[in-house]
Write a protein that binds this ligand. Sequence first.
Ligand SMILES: *Cc1c(COP(=O)(O)O)cnc(C)c1O
Length: 427
Amino acid sequence: MKRLFETDREFAKRLDAEDPLFKIRDHFYITEGELYMDGNSLGLCSKDAERGLLEAFDVWKHEGIKIWGTQNGRFFNYSRRIAEKLAPLLNADSDEIAIMGSITSNIHQALATFYKPTTTKYKIVVDALNFPTDIYATKSIIELLGYRVDETLITIQSEDGRTLDVETIIGTFKEDVALVLLPAVLYRSAQLLDLKKITDAAHEKGIIIGWDLAHSIGAVPHDFKAAKPDFAVWCSYKYLNGGPGAVAGLYINRKHFGISAGLKGWFGNQDDTQFLLSHDFEQDHDANGLLLGTPHILSMAPLDAMLDLFNVIGMDAIREKSLNITAYLMSLVDSKLTALGYTIGNPRADHQRGGHVCLEHPEGYRISLALRDLNIIPDYREPNVIRLAPVALYVSYEEVYHLVEILEKIIIEKIYESYSLKRVTVL
Ligand SMILES: *Cc1c(COP(=O)(O)O)cnc(C)c1O
């Protein structure tokens, strides 16, 4: 979509005045004088999340062990309760969703469940740009089953080091491939892949396909009833603002209901026989059969409350603002920053980009250090990427205007030169 933006501060103020989500900012704890552009790593804390956490804490405080039975078993069945609220974000059925674990442990569970290599169909396709933990988990299942990684893993390469070509991806789907694991939005370049097209291509070859939604859930609406992937995983601490280490999620398509869980645990047992404590596992028929142990109530409660806010607003409104505010940021980069060595590394078309802008600069590392000292929180990814996420729920257009002013100043006044190139941990 072509959008026309002007380059002065007054225009930014006008965009804020017209923004239907502007008031949602008030739900969040925004530090006075600080501009938070890192919601794609850790979403900001909201009053909703705080209220949700304190309510659950209060039940524990007053009820002790009775917490499991209060409110009609709400906490005992917490995965199901939260899945109902999460389902609209994926356009999936709630019984296809389990709220559990972390992305890493859920990939382990999904691969242990779905990877069924045979002598002729045993390869796994991943991509060279995915986040390391996805690859570590994939390599570990290959090794656990006694295969060799160099003979089993196929890695889709990127021509430009930023993005993946859809035809190249599909070209790797040969008869000997058993399973594919890909990110919906690439964590560095924000490229959004065509889930339906790629999933259809995998299924044509009888391949199981799973998606990592880490950088898409809560930023990009999904339509799983149309795309029909076999499985998906995501975390809840990025765009969902569920809190640091919040409990993650696992989706399995209902056509796989009844599949034997690769990893089994007592919360995957059917509810009515779970407390018979038999050593014979009776797996729940749906996604909940993949659950492992006792639900992490205190790190699910903030997510529970946040999802109420998502459902009031709706993913379409969130995506609309996200696309507009990232387009605004890109237009200011084009008009004010390209002459200073900044370039945009994400795809430009709306249907090919997620919720953040991938800003590149040869001095990206030192610029990101300078940004921090000027009260702007970006995040940095090697080798030269400053990731900027103007999250729809709490970033304003005027803040984006201010960000670009600072990015300009850091180069013009050579502020970055006073920083060391030596890398320190976690940015
Ligand atoms: C953030 C992220 C992770 C993090 O995994 P955890 O198990 O939640 O720590 C994994 N994969 C991708 C693609 C990510 O962006």
